[in-house]
Design a protein around this ligand. Structure first.
Ligand code: ZN
Ligand code: ZN
Length: 403
């Protein structure tokens, strides 16, 4: 028997209904906020992710599904969604068109990681990217939108917030931090020593407890922000408070790439164990430039769908649609005709094996149908149907035409 690859799952009942409900909910909220759907290829040039996600990251360094295709191109399956959207934005000259562009996407992402609970090699994300708005109001709006999506799904969360500064204040902070790391070099883990050289900001989210104790005394970026970053961060916090969104400051929430600036946030859930981040995002004002576009302010986020599924509170299923069946083979053509007509406006499931009335009622109940329609010999010869409303619990024999 051929099996699916390790870390790559089928989405079957009952998860399929949750998955679809998540997408419907998230997409409809995103549309209310002015985002439109964008689809980009699953396969891209490897260089795109090297430049955008960064070669020093685990994603690019260790986890990409990278190969040479038959045309000798170095390609890889997308490990995340933002890079492709920004590439499409630049390639289609939308950076030069000016104005505001807001997109949402969803689909599979691929990372060659060690599969474990809540971590797959093929997983699905829903994300939004907003281009062209410099104002921190857009950051707040996007955080409110995620809160709306999670709220609609009945998912509780904590919001973690940080500011990453910008090209004015980040380099100075980085120097300060490296000075601090130099002074504590003897006690740092190997990963942190490596990060000190390649990407010092990333030491702050090191998982090593000893490192974390040291970093409690490290200089904090939010105490080293320039005036513009500081006032945007204040506005952000103030607006969230005004809109009733509770947050906590997490000075170790970092992204560690130069194109990220100012707002960084993460939504976490305490209901799904150690892998607690369910959504993350922030401002990336310089990524469009990094990918050869015209400088364009941008802010976005992504939600990991699989991790959320078990947290979703599904709405109570109401009875809907029609179940139709025949009591004898001769009545099947009529049933088929009736189903054909009803399907123009309604969901119809037809049972093609002739059965007793009782068996059909059981079948209708099993699929949660609102109406059970049955034709037997009597109904067939008189051009009638037997119908039961399973919600109102009423039944009648009526003209087939009247159904
Ligand atoms: Zn460390
Ligand atoms: Zn700044």
């Amino acid at each position: 028997m051929i099996r699916s690859l390790r870390g790559m799952n089928d989405i079957l009942p009952p998860d399929n209904a949750r998955f679809e409900y998540f997408l419907d909910t998230a997409a409809s909220v995103a549309k209310r906020y002015g985002f439109t759907y964008i689809e980009t290829p699953l396969l891209e040039e490897t260089a795109l992710f090297k430049r955008s996600v960064g070669e020093s990251s685990d994603i690019v360094g260790k986890e990409m599904y990278q190969f040479t295709d038959k045309g000798d191109n170095d390609v890889c399956l997308r490990p995340e969604g933002t890079a492709g959207v920004v590439r499409a934005f630049v390639q289609n000259k939308l950076d030069r068109a000016g104005g505001i562009h807001r997109y949402f996407y969803h689909g599979p992402m691929f990372r060659y990681e060690r599969p474990q609970k809540g971590r797959l090699r093929e997983f699905h994300q829903f994300g939004c990217e907003s281009f062209g708005v410099q104002s921190v109001y857009e950051d707040v709006t996007i955080i409110m939108m995620i809160a709306d999506i999670l709220g609609a799904l009945g998912i509780g969360y904590r919001l973690k917030l940080n500011s990453l500064g910008d090209h004015n204040c980040m380099p100075q902070y980085r120097e300060k931090l490296v000075g601090f790391l130099d002074a504590h070099e003897a006690h740092l883990c190997e990963d942190c020593l490596r990060r000190k050289a390649t990407n010092p900001i990333r030491v702050l989210d090191c998982k090593n407890e000893r490192c974390q104790i040291i970093y409690k005394k490290a200089p904090k970026l939010i105490n080293n922000l320039c005036e513009s970053c500081n006032s945007d961060f204040d506005t952000l916090k103030h607006l969230l408070e005004e809109n009733g969104i509770v947050y906590e400051i997490d000075t170790h929430l970092v992204r560690g790439l130069d194109y990220y600036s100012k707002t960084a946030f993460e939504f976490v859930s305490d209901d799904i164990g150690a892998q607690s981040a369910i959504a993350g995002g922030g401002r990336y004002d310089r990524l469009v430039e990094f990918l050869d576009g015209r400088a364009t302010p941008a802010v976005g986020f992504a939600i990991g769908i699989e991790r959320l599924l078990e947290l979703i509170a599904m709405p109570e299923a109401s009875r809907e649609g029609y179940y139709m069946g025949a009591m004898d083979t001769e009545s099947l053509p009529q049933i088929m005709q009736l189903a054909k007509q009803k399907r123009m406006t309604q969901n119809v499931i037809v049972e093609y094996s002739p059965k007793s009335l009782k068996a059909h009622l059981k079948g209708a109940d099993r699929i949660h149908a609102r109406y059970c329609v049955v034709i037997g010999e009597n109904e067939r010869t008189e051009g009638k149907v037997w119908v039961k409303d399973l919600e109102a619990k009423t039944e009648a024999v009526i003209e087939a035409e009247a159904l």
